[in-house]
Design a protein around this ligand. Structure first.
Ligand SMILES: [Zn+2]
Length: 379
């Protein structure tokens, strides 16, 4: 039986009193998800409280308890409704109060739009808490688009194209995925996360374009635990980077805004180095050549600058923070820049001065190596 058929079979039929009976098909607990605003993807978490019996319509058969994203959670009760197919609630993530209408999909996820008059629509996806081992979302799509040989390990499933049998050792890959997972969890100081990784290993960017519609070198979808690696997964750095995107989100929860410097900084740091150079030596080169961004700019205007600069600068900052102020990364992840200030015991300009002082004392990489990174990435 396919997953979709199984879910349809267990979904309760709507009966009187409608709201209570239907709400039983929404799992209580922590859902994960994303809001896609134009030009930006924000991971979010949410807790639905689902009453299974004895609740009147007025007190609410379902309450959205929290929506971890800068802003107010939806008011429980009156503003939240669920009829077995459609979840509606009002939510104020920024200035405008939005009305969110999410439809249940075959896999159990909720997908829809959060809109308000005069502002761009946001697309929201939510994934139920009980699906951590099964392929969902992007993993289901990727499985359907290819013929795969598979190898399962304790907490991961590795997929390589059947056409690559003989060229790719999936057993060996599964072992390396487990190692990368353990490596990244140690950096996060997390014991484990329940989310099973679904790691797809494909030949090149063209295959990535065919699979996902984007020709990137690596890709991670934290919500479904899906990781896609090009070059047959040969680069341990890229593997650690993409797996870190999944693990950080599940171990630490959704990050506070602005989160790009932290998400990419931690993932790039997890790779270990770039073309065998350490991140502080790279930052020292950027400082020398006038390429380093003011931290305000790195935090607040991430997308205005080349990836090579933002990713590598963020990795140096993240690595320095972890070695000088243990706990600061996690505080910043959870509560944003004010928490970063508190955790480092000073203002952000002070933190910037201290980090720059450290970078200034580090011997820089040379221009040729920088050029190589610009041409080939971190390798
Ligand atoms: Zn990344």
């Amino acid at each position: 039986m396919s997953l979709a058929t199984a879910l349809v079979a267990i979904a309760p039929l709507a009966c009187s009193p409608g709201a209570d009976a239907a709400s039983a098909s929404l799992e209580a607990g922590r859902w994960t998800g994303e809001v896609e605003a134009p030009g930006a993807l924000h991971p979010i978490g949410v807790e639905y409280e689902v009453a299974r019996s004895g609740t009147t319509r007025e007190s609410g058969a379902i309450a959205v308890r929290s929506l971890d994203f800068a802003g107010l959670p939806p008011a429980p009760g009156r503003h939240v409704s669920w009829d077995g197919r459609t979840l509606r609630f009002r939510w104020q993530p920024q200035r405008a109060e939005r009305t969110c209408v999410l439809e249940r999909q075959d896999g159990g996820a909720l997908v829809g739009i959060c809109g308000a008059e005069g502002v761009d629509d946001w697309r929201m996806r939510m994934l139920p808490p009980a699906r951590e081992a099964e392929p969902t979302g992007l993993a289901i799509q990727a499985i359907a688009r290819g013929e795969w040989q598979r190898e399962a390990s304790a907490l991961a499933m590795v997929y390589a194209p059947r056409a690559d049998t003989g060229r790719v050792d999936v057993r060996e890959l599964a072992r390396r995925v487990e190692q990368a997972r353990a490596h990244d969890l140690a950096l996060l100081e997390a014991e484990n996360v329940a989310r099973t990784l679904h790691v797809f290993v494909i030949p090149n960017r063209e295959a990535m374009r065919e699979l996902l519609g984007r020709p990137s070198g690596g890709y991670a979808d934290p919500m479904s635990g899906t990781v896609v690696l090009t070059d047959h997964g040969r680069s341990t750095g890229v593997m650690r980077h993409e797996i870190m995107h999944v693990l950080s989100m599940h171990a630490w929860g959704p990050p506070a805004a602005p989160s790009e410097w932290l998400r990419e900084g931690i993932a790039t740091w997890a790779a270990g180095d770039c073309q065998r150079a350490n991140f502080h030596a790279i930052a020292a080169h950027m400082l020398q050549r006038g390429r380093l961004l003011p931290l305000d700019e790195l935090f607040g205007n991430w997308f205005a600058h080349p990836d090579l600069i933002t990713y590598l600068q963020a990795a140096s900052l993240v690595e320095w923070l972890q070695s000088t102020h243990p706990g600061a990364l996690r505080a910043a992840w959870r509560d944003g820049l004010p928490a970063l200030s508190t955790a480092t015991g000073g203002t952000l300009p002070e933190l910037e001065r201290n980090w720059l002082e450290y970078v200034r004392d580090t011997p820089p990489i040379d221009d040729a190596l920088w050029q190589q990174m610009d041409d080939e990435g971190c390798g």
